[in-house]
Design a protein around this ligand. Structure first.
Ligand code: FAD
Ligand code: NAI
Length: 467
């Protein structure tokens, strides 16, 4: 008999935690997963990836129906109306189905769900609600929550100044919405409410939106979002907010200093980034410190400096993405079961699910040059892709950054309606160490948007066919 209640206790049931727990159980470890939320699935399934994509999908259908986008294809629609209550209900239904799905998978794989907030008593003992359990190994997968902005108090219940959770559940379409932060959440949720009728103003501290993306992509994205009606104010910071009744008034200042101005809105979305969840976890009790960004530092086997305690997902350094957390969940469980668990952090795709979508994997052109690569660039506009032309969705391009000497693909950047799907082939090619020539000589089905990836690869050597 083991001296511990469990071989593994995972704290947090987001995509990192639930995947780690299921894989560990598949490996034969006696596994439990503690979750303080009422349902499993973490930020991603409850208030993140899934509900935001549900609202993006629904609002896109509405915009197309409402703006007569179908008529040129010979489909006449009249009287399209918004039923926001139904739209929100359908989103909740999808969330319920998916979080319930994780509960089913826990039962199927014999993972014990421990309900309540977990905090360490020592490195092998954790209190969850009124219960205390011991485990040989503990994986911290507590995720992240919204970074607050001093002077701008979030109150999701009131619905005037909200974070992404409130922004996914507004009961009425705001007339004016100010989005603080021109990053992923701001542009995705800004798109939702703009499509449903709000005037959306994005206030971004930096000179350009979408930090971390390739320079040309950032420029193209700003151009397209402005064309869609977004008012984008870069180089501007919000210094405070007051709320009177159902109206907020923000004070803004140029980021580099200057005259203050005010801006009124009936909804303000705070989306300036996310911070790791470590509060109330009892890290002090076990002597585990966080770094200056509040993250738990780990080695390449996800081990913290405390024996028996590992960490994965948004709570550790790296991209804050569900699939990165999932892959770390698989890998940590593999290590715990005596196998090698590998995550190639250099090849993690990221996607912004706006229209068009924006997707990237690997190095931007700027990063590649900064790292000392001489690069060759291949670019192909979606305007010249036959399927995109036929479907009348020609915004965007594919850009491939290749090493000039070896031709190895260093990064792929896509702005296109299906960029999120198209990026998968680029990630796989890079994982296999592909050159641009490898992509160019791979037969791509016709007519597909993905042919633009092949053409961009051919453009690396200056020989695309269709431009
Ligand atoms: P989380 O999913 O945050 O899960 C952590 C869980 O731990 C939570 O359920 C929390 O309640 C629980 N917990 C925390 N502390 C304790 C404790 N002490 N005791 C017990 N339980 C605890 N990523 C994508 O890749 N694609 C997307 O489209 C996407 N869309 C997003 C949209 C929004 C609006 C947001 C906010 C995020 C989005 N993300 C997206 C990011 C994605 O949600 C996160 O990267 C991902 O959820 C991180 O997974 P995780 O397992 O590390 O943590
Ligand atoms: P973000 O980091 O993507 O963007 C935050 C933006 O706010 C940046 O552009 C930043 O310069 C700006 N900013 C910071 N302080 C500011 C201030 N005081 N005033 C004005 N602007 C300010 O963060 P966001 O959008 O909150 O999303 C958090 C994370 O959640 C993302 O980084 C991503 O990891 C994850 N996410 C992923 C999604 C996806 O994969 N599709 C969707 C939504 C979230």
């Amino acid at each position: 008999m083991s001296e511990f209640d469990y071989d593994l206790l995972v704290i947090g049931s987001g995509p990192g935690g639930y995947v780690a727990a299921i894989r560990a159980a598949q490996h034969g470890l006696k596994t439990a997963c503690a979750e303080s939320r009422e349902t499993l699935g973490g930020t991603c399934l409850n208030v993140g990836c899934i509900p935001s994509k549900a609202m993006l999908h629904a609002s896109e259908i509405f915009e197309q129906a409402h703006e007569g986008a179908f008529e040129k294809f010979g489909v006449k629609l009249t009287g399209a109306k918004l039923d926001l209550k139904q739209m929100l209900a359908e989103k909740e239904k999808a969330v319920g189905e998916l979080t319930g799905g994780i509960e089913f998978l826990f039962k199927k794989n014999k993972v014990t769900w421990l309900k309540g907030h977990a905090s360490f008593e020592d490195a092998h003992t954790v209190k969850i609600g009124d219960e205390t359990v011991t485990a040989k190994h503990i994986v911290i997968a507590t995720g992240s929550s919204v970074t607050p902005l001093p002077g701008v108090e979030i109150d999701n219940a009131k619905g005037v100044i909200v974070d992404s959770t409130g922004g996914l559940a507004l009961k009425a379409v705001p007339k004016t919405m100010v989005v603080i932060g021109g990053g992923v959440i701001g542009l995705e949720l800004g798109s939702v409410w703009r499509r449903l009728g709000a005037e959306v103003i994005v206030v971004e501290f930096l000179d350009q939106i979408l930090p971390g993306m390739d320079g040309e992509v950032r420029k193209e994205a700003a151009k397209l979002f402005k064309k869609q009606g977004f008012d984008i104010r870069t180089g501007t910071k919000v210094t405070g907010a007051t709320v009177k009744g159902k109206q907020a008034t923000l004070t803004l200042e140029p980021a580099k200093g200057g005259d203050e101005e005010t801006l009124a809105a009936d909804c303000v979305l705070v989306s300036i980034g996310r911070k790791p969840n470590t509060e109330g976890l009892g890290l002090d009790t076990i002597g585990l410190e966080t770094n200056e960004r509040g993250q738990i530092e780990i080695d390449d086997q996800f081990r913290t400096k405390i024996d028996g305690v590992r960490a994965i997902g948004d709570v550790v350094p790296g991209l804050m993405l569900a699939h990165k957390a999932e892959d770390e969940g698989l890998a940590v469980a593999d290590w715990l079961a005596g196998h090698a668990g590998i995550v190639n952090h250099a090849v993690i795709p990221s996607v912004v699910y706006t229209m068009p979508e924006i997707a990237a994997v690997g190095l931007t052109e700027e990063e590649a040059r900064d790292k000392g690569h001489e690069v060759r660039i291949g670019k192909f506009p979606m305007m010249a892709n036959s399927r995109a032309k036929t479907n009348r969705d020609t915004d965007g391009f594919v850009k491939i950054v290749a090493d000039a000497e070896s031709d190895r693909v260093l990064g792929v950047h896509i702005v296109a309606s299906l960029a999120g799907t198209m990026i998968a082939q680029a990630a796989q090619a890079m994982e296999f160490g592909a050159t641009s020539e490898d992509i160019a000589y791979t037969c791509h089905a016709h007519p597909t948007h993905n042919e633009a990836v092949k053409e961009a690869a051919m453009a690396v050597t200056g020989k695309p066919i269709h431009i």
